[in-house]
Ligand binder design. Structure first.
Ligand code: ZN
Length: 216
């Protein structure tokens, strides 16, 4: 079972907007996001599984439904993905179409995206109360990433995009700084992942790697 070495680290936010919910750490329900985070912590997992079994016996939904509208700015495609139901069950067909949707801008090849990265951006959209995210870049083949990193010093050579673990996105009409603040909240809540802030290029990067934070 994977564990994050930096799990307890809390990153302070420089909050200018003042409208970030203060109580997001107190979930009203057991969410899929908590479940995924708990999978990296055995004791938390035991507690959660106990709670989940109890809810299932009572016939109650376990999670908020995993549902998001995505627009791919490269391929100009928009799609609603209902990838997980309220019982935490993922739909493999929807995940397949999501994998294809997140394909490489360069040659259309695709990979199995990390659910943890999908859940992360879904959670950002839920927190912000927006239905749609605009995806600039998700999976990249090693060839394409090498081309990008050769042209642009902001592109990491060893990017999580090549493992299907990173997604770059924006939200039309929302300042990218604010999107980044919510991405950081989501990351802190999950207890893993990197957040990159790219104000000049107007996007935020979320990945499901170790806890990290940077701005370009
Ligand atoms: Zn990225």
């Amino acid at each position: 079972m994977k564990k994050s070495a930096n799990r307890s680290r809390v990153i302070e936010l420089d909050d200018e907007s003042g409208d970030i919910p203060k109580d997001i750490a107190v979930a009203p329900n057991i969410t899929a996001e908590q479940f995924i985070a708990a999978q990296r912590d055995e004791k938390a997992l035991e507690r959660l599984v106990g709670g989940l079994v109890e809810r299932k016996v009572k016939g109650q939904p376990l999670f908020n439904e995993g549902k998001i509208i995505l627009y791919n700015t490269h391929f100009k495609e928009r799609h609603l993905f209902k990838f997980r139901n309220g019982y935490g069950e993922y739909d493999p067909q929807i995940l397949n179409s999501l994998n294809y949707f997140m394909r490489c801008n360069y040659d259309n090849s695709y990979t199995e995206m990390d659910i943890a990265a999908i859940e992360m951006i879904n959670y950002v959209a839920q927190l912000m109360g927006v239905k749609e995210l605009h995806i600039n870049s998700a999976y990249r083949t090693p060839e394409y990433n090498a081309i990008l990193s050769g042209k642009n010093e902001n592109v990491a050579r060893n990017s999580f995009h090549m493992q299907g673990k990173a997604i770059d996105y924006s939200i039309p009409g929302v300042p990218i700084r604010k999107v980044c603040q919510y991405a950081q909240l989501a990351r802190n809540y999950f207890g893993y992942g990197g957040v990159g802030y790219y104000p000049r290029q107007n996007f935020v990067h979320n990945d499901s790697g170790p806890l990290r934070n940077w701005a370009k």
